[in-house]
Design a protein around this ligand. Structure first.
Ligand SMILES: [Zn+2]
Length: 166
């Protein structure tokens, strides 16, 4: 994620993507992120918090209800949020941990790590996740910065579009 880093300090700040359903976008833009609402539809493989990714295609997965009968049409307009995320000192997870509500204590000061980082299987990482993810449970570390509206072409054959109605 180094190439997305926008500040080189202890804030460890990145631009990351957050995909969510259309109905949630206005609320997040108005009130900010609310970790209490995270994972209610997308699952919580790495515990409580708002899930972010450096991979746009991963965020794309969460722009719709993934129940097959409720998927959006392939060429529907979708929205992904570009988030300024201060990851601080991230805790590197070595296995899924859906029950984690707060990151473990940092050895230096005993306070919880500021975020959780799951490196993804390509970086010798965690089983169960293909691409890296960052999980932030403290909403003040996240700022929705931009919205990206886009759509897949009707002829798209990406792995998600193969499951979407034409
Ligand atoms: Zn596609």
């Amino acid at each position: 994620m180094k190439n997305l880093k926008i500040m080189d300090s202890e804030t460890n700040e990145f631009f990351l993507f957050h995909g969510t359903k259309k109905d949630d976008i206005a609320r997040i833009c108005k009130d900010g992120f609310d970790a209490r609402l995270s994972g209610t539809s997308a699952g919580r493989l790495f515990g409580y918090g708002t899930y972010l990714t450096p991979n746009f295609s991963k965020a794309d997965h969460y722009t719709e209800d993934r129940t097959s009968s409720k998927r959006l049409k392939k060429d529907a307009v979708r929205t992904v949020i570009v988030v300024r995320a201060a990851l601080g000192a991230p805790y590197r997870l070595t296995a899924p941990n859906p029950e984690m509500t707060v990151p473990p204590p940092h050895p230096v000061d005993g306070a919880p790590y500021d975020s959780v980082f799951a490196p993804g299987i390509q970086e010798s990482g965690v089983g169960g996740v293909d691409w890296p993810e960052a999980i932030v449970s403290r909403d003040s570390q996240l700022l929705p910065a931009f919205l990206v509206d886009y759509k897949h072409m009707n002829s798209c054959t990406c792995s998600e579009c193969l499951k979407r109605p034409a």
